[in-house]
Design a protein around this ligand. Sequence first.
Ligand SMILES: Nc1ncnc2c1ncn2[C@@H]1O[C@H](COP(=O)(O)OP(=O)(O)OP(=O)(O)O)[C@@H](O)[C@H]1O
Length: 527
Amino acid sequence: MGGQMQQSNAAAAASLYDQPGAAGGSFYSAGPTSDAGDAVMARWLQSAGLQHLASPLASNNMPNALMQGYGAQSTEEKQRLFKLMRNLNFNGESGSEPFTPTVQSVPADGFHSPEFRGDFGAGLLDLHAMDDTELLSEHVIPEPFEPSPFMVGSTASFDDENSLIGNKHLRGEGQADADAPAVLTAYDKEIVPRENNVAKIRVVVRKRPLNKKELSRREDDVVTVYDNALTVHEPKLKVDLTAYVEKHEFCFDAVLGEDVSNDEVYRGTVEPIIPTIFQRTKATCFAYGQTGSGKTFTMKPLPIRAAEDLLRLLHQTVYRNQRFKLWLSYFEIYGGKLFDLLCDRKKLCMREDGRQQVCIVGLQEFEVRDVQIVKDYIERGNGARSTGSTGANEESSRSHAILQLVVKKHSEKKDMRQNTDGNEAKNGKVVGKISFIDLAGSERGADTTDNDRQTRIEGAEINKSLLALKECIRALDNDKLHIPFRGSKLTEVLRDSFVGNSKTGKKSFKKWKCEEGSITKLTTSST
Ligand SMILES: Nc1ncnc2c1ncn2[C@@H]1O[C@H](COP(=O)(O)OP(=O)(O)OP(=O)(O)O)[C@@H](O)[C@H]1O
């Protein structure tokens, strides 16, 4: 599942071209280019495997050179050159005239080819998603990003072999672009400019240990976990009733064994995305799996850790004086309807504005000043959440719960005005957000025989929305132009997490027990 992160590209290029000695401060400025500029350009070209074009392009204006197909001979070279240009084009916010390639300037067979779209991702070119922030120029950081303790490669624990699963992937080892780091340190930007591409979707599977009930029944553990893959050993019977075991192998971006702690889950999935929230990213992390597989157990601590790191970043030098604030909201989708979990389950309405931005009318947002507040709100929200008992889980979540942490920028003037009506969150401009979604557990029909009517209706609604979600993810991953968002309320609400500058992390959960449903789930997640 490959994809790109435009904003990281922006940050990378901004820092490269703002270096002292780099030509003109802007790639697009015409005229003589300095040696430093040539070197930078050479590195960019090298990163796309186009080093042989370095000299003619360095001494010319690159957009024009590209328009004329300068140097690039084959279609593939032209595509690569265009992609490189496109990446740079997202950095045009430094004040220079952005280069907008016309349809004619792009090789007809290149731009529309699946390979080409695959690198940018169909959803990633949605410019509507950018309008609501209008913060680009303010976000250009004139100095390398202040190293944060949770950036890839900056902590000892991240280098620790046992510490994290996803580390290898985040560094781009083993797999190509799809596993490139979500977050770049200044060092990364210099050395590996292409690695600022991160996967659009990252799928991590966590295996939960046997619970007491299962242990007492002496049921076998049929899942073996290794590296980023797992094998399910499914006991089967031949027609002559001879027992045999069928093996099913699945590969994911990361697979977490039963001994992995919640903290390690955070460090391998959400932590690397956190700094990108300040760069207009809308990230989503959701837990998907059968009822009783451990979704709530895994999701509950993640927003707390994320809020802690977001608050720490807010206080870093680069953001301290920018009037950024962190806001929290928590709501659920139950039976196709939205309820505010922090406001007496007030019924909410979902609307799309003129720019196709999802707005949840009436949703209360609370300012987060410290982590304790987040803990309190999560407790409060979980207490208000719709739960019930199913055959597989006594305290089963019967709704999709969505907790959002939003970084907003506030202007002094507006803050003063709205302090009087107490509606401060509304006046901030969204810088970026991260949504944590604890999906309701899916159920197989065979597990629902003991359920009452209400539970079955709930189950049908849950399965329907999960199916719609699967369709959207599949369409997104296949770079389909049409993403069927309107399939359910859940996917409608998630719309802006799938388009624009978004990243989606998905955790699938594996129960130890081998069931038809488990294998279906893993097959769905791995495709
Ligand atoms: N990795 C784990 N380690 C220890 N216990 C776990 C783990 N994962 C889940 N559990 C336990 O399993 C039980 C079910 O977990 P949980 O409620 O999170 O499932 P769920 O997938 O959210 O179910 P549902 O969809 O029905 O709400 C809980 O008692 C939880 O404490």
